[in-house]
Each structure stands twice: as C-alpha cells, then as structure tokens.
Design a protein around this ligand. Sequence first.
Ligand code: TYD
Length: 206
Amino acid sequence: MTRGVWITFEGGDGAGKTTQATLLERWLRDEGRTVVRTREPGGTEVGVLVRDIVLHHRGDIAPRAEALLYAADRAHHVATLVRPALARGEIVIQDRYLDSSVAYQGAGRVLDAAQIRDLSLWATDGALPDLTVLLDLDPASARARLDADDKPFDRLEAEKADFHARVRQAFLDLAAAEPERFLVLDASLPADDLAAAVRARVAAVL
Ligand code: TYD
C-alpha cells in the first residue's frame, strides 16, 4: 500500500492556520480522499492532558520542562495517530509540529534550537512531514486578530511582542533552511487566495 501524505501548518498565533487547515481538509474530502485532521499539542487523549498543562497552568513552567512536555505529546501523537494513519495511506492534516517547538521553545524561550529539534526527532524517531505550510504574519496584525476574537489568551499568546517577533523570525529561518519541505505564504492575503496556493502545492505532492 502507498504511504499517505503528511501536511503540517505552522505560524504564529492568529496567523489563520485553523482556517486554512479546514479549507484544505474540505477540498481533499471532496476529492474523495480520507483525511485525518489533528493538532499538537492535544491530538490524542494523553495529548489533551499535556495541552492543559502547557497552555493553562497558572505560574511558571521551567523552559526545559515545557520543551519536554511538548516533546512527550508529540512522541505519543506520532506513534499512536500519525504513523498508523500514514501507514493506512491516509492524508494527515495537522496544526503545528516540531517547527513550533523550535520557534517557541527555541527562539521564544531561548533554548538551543538544534537541541530542541533533536529532542523532537528523538521523540518521534525522525518523523518529518511531506509538506509544511508556514503562514507568515507580522505580530502586530496577528495580535489585532486575536484581540478581535475575544477569547482569553493562553500562556504563549500572553507573551510580549518581542517574544512573538523572535518566534516569527525563527519560523522564517526554518523555512529558508528547508525550502523543499516548506511553503511560505503571506497570511495577510485573503483566505481564499491562500487556500488556492495551498491546494496547488498539495496537488503537486499527491
Ligand atoms: P494553538 O494550537 O495554535 O492554539 P489555538 O489555535 O487553540 O489558540 O496553540 C498552541 C500554543 O502552543 C501556541 O501558542 C504555540 C504553542 N506551542 C509551543 O510553544 N510549542 C510547540 O511545540 C507547540 C506544538 C505549540
């Protein structure tokens, strides 16, 4: 059986990942594909528990502990959900993966980016997506979108502007280092235009 296709969406908070993942999922289902839609943190039952700690714990979490929690969520998610779906030949569409750890825990929390990446690669036995869509947006516009949403901020969203500026730059650096895996899009464009660009790239991967 052919292996499935694994697509991840990355970008800062408020960049529109969920909207684009939903539009892609709809298109692929209309094309008759079997799609598994998931996310990190929180794509499994164990992951939901980890997500609650990393996003909603009141008070500090030591940066290395935070990095390990995301890696633990990822290890379980890849082993029990992503790999089996790919082995069945399905398409996995996922909000966030290891690039988020490198950007948020590496650049944001100022841990060593290479160590963070290696930690995740160890956790997942080297699993990397076929395509990663980076929705790039300047942090001021992203913040305006989050404010308009009127939802309470989680621990990461509540970080200051320079944290989000470092996270954005880290994502762009990751994309520049692996141009064959990444599709970088200007997330200030209309959602329909972005969706068309994503579809064109996915069609080439399928
Ligand atoms: P996200 O899933 O985008 O949440 P929502 O769409 O519900 O607001 O956000 C999860 C948060 O977790 C986000 O602020 C980024 C952060 N995060 C990390 O810091 N490291 C990671 O490895 C991952 C996957 C997420």
